[in-house]
Design a protein around this ligand. Structure first.
Ligand SMILES: [Zn+2]
Length: 105
């Protein structure tokens, strides 16, 4: 897609990236957690931009970003960096993410 087609998604807070730029993914910067990269004229003219759907759900309570919180004994839980809600501890990180993605308010 052309950059101007994916810009509304970027402004709505979604990750927008250019497929394979110099052998690596190139994210459109400008939001927290994104490297603020300079857009070159070839980026603006390129037609290989895409909206990247997040791998995991946002917090069902505040919409914040989730991250793994690993406890000392190796068990895992996933919690929101915005409001602090988290899953019960799970045996593996994969199970913690699965539990997180099943959460609803
Ligand atoms: Zn939250």
């Amino acid at each position: 897609m052309r950059l101007e087609e994916v810009l509304p998604a970027h402004r709505a807070g979604k990750d927008v990236r250019r497929k394979k730029w110099n052998g690596r993914d190139r994210l459109l910067g400008g939001k927290p957690g994104c490297p603020g990269e300079t857009l070159f004229i070839e980026d603006v003219l390129a037609d290989d931009w895409e909206v990247v759907e997040p791998k995991h759900k946002a917090c069902p309570f505040c919409g914040g970003e989730a991250k793994v919180l690993r406890s000392d004994d190796g068990w895992s839980s996933v919690g929101c960096i915005g409001c602090g809600v988290s899953t019960n501890v799970q045996l593996t990180t994969e199970e913690a993410w699965a539990a997180w993605d099943r959460r609803s308010p």
